[in-house]
Design a protein around this ligand. Structure first.
Ligand SMILES: *[C@@H]1O[C@H](CO)[C@@H](O)[C@H](O)[C@H]1NC(C)=O
Ligand SMILES: *[C@@H]1O[C@H](CO)[C@@H](O)[C@H](O)[C@H]1NC(C)=O
Ligand SMILES: *[C@@H]1O[C@H](CO)[C@@H](O)[C@H](O)[C@H]1NC(C)=O
Length: 147
């Protein structure tokens, strides 16, 4: 009984409020385009929810969402690629001039259990210095899940 209590209190100590990543959202958007110009995925430890939308033509292109199961081990790999959430929050946004010359914007939003979501916007197909692998992995996940 005493052992169990000690384990429980040790677990409580390592879970620091605001430091645990609960979800990611990543997507691309093109303002001067026709059709599904905004494509994004919301990822948590059990599911991927995709979204496709058009900012200009909702009648012909209604918003579409699809849900897929997602492995928690794969989610944890993304969390490891972020590393320190405090460091992530120091990344300036936007980087460059996203979608200024019709070349599209790309974004990564990271939500934690306590603190406000920190999102970084950058030029589509570019990267975030120090987070290149995270950018590539999230891009690959979008390509896998958005059809
Ligand atoms: C992931 O998101 C879905 C949909 O919002 C939710 O039902 C599920 O409980 C979430 N899973 C985790 C591990 O947070
Ligand atoms: C919506 O998209 C359809 C198909 O591309 C097009 O024919 C129509 O003119 C568009 N409507 C508007 C308001 O842009
Ligand atoms: C940039 O990304 C968009 C959307 O993912 C893609 O359609 C386009 O081909 C890419 N452009 C280049 C030069 O890679």
């Amino acid at each position: 009984m005493l052992t169990l209590l000690l384990i429980v209190s040790a677990l409580t100590i390592v879970t620091i409020q605001g430091q645990s990543i609960t979800s990611f959202e990543t997507g691309t958007g093109f303002s001067s385009c026709v059709g599904y110009c905004y494509k994004y995925v919301h990822i948590n430890a059990s599911m991927v929810i995709t979204g496709k939308s058009s900012k200009t033509n909702h009648t012909d292109y209604p918003e579409i969402h699809e849900a897929y199961p997602f492995e928690s081990s794969q989610f944890n790999q993304l969390v490891e690629l972020v590393g320190s959430i405090e460091k992530w929050k120091t990344v300036n946004t936007p980087i460059g001039c996203p979608d200024c010359y019709n070349q599209g914007a790309e974004w990564i939003y990271i939500d934690t259990d306590g603190q406000p979501i920190h999102g970084v916007q950058f030029e589509a197909n570019s990267t975030i210095v120090g987070y290149e692998t995270l950018v590539e992995n999230l891009r690959a996940l979008r390509h896998t899940f958005i059809h």
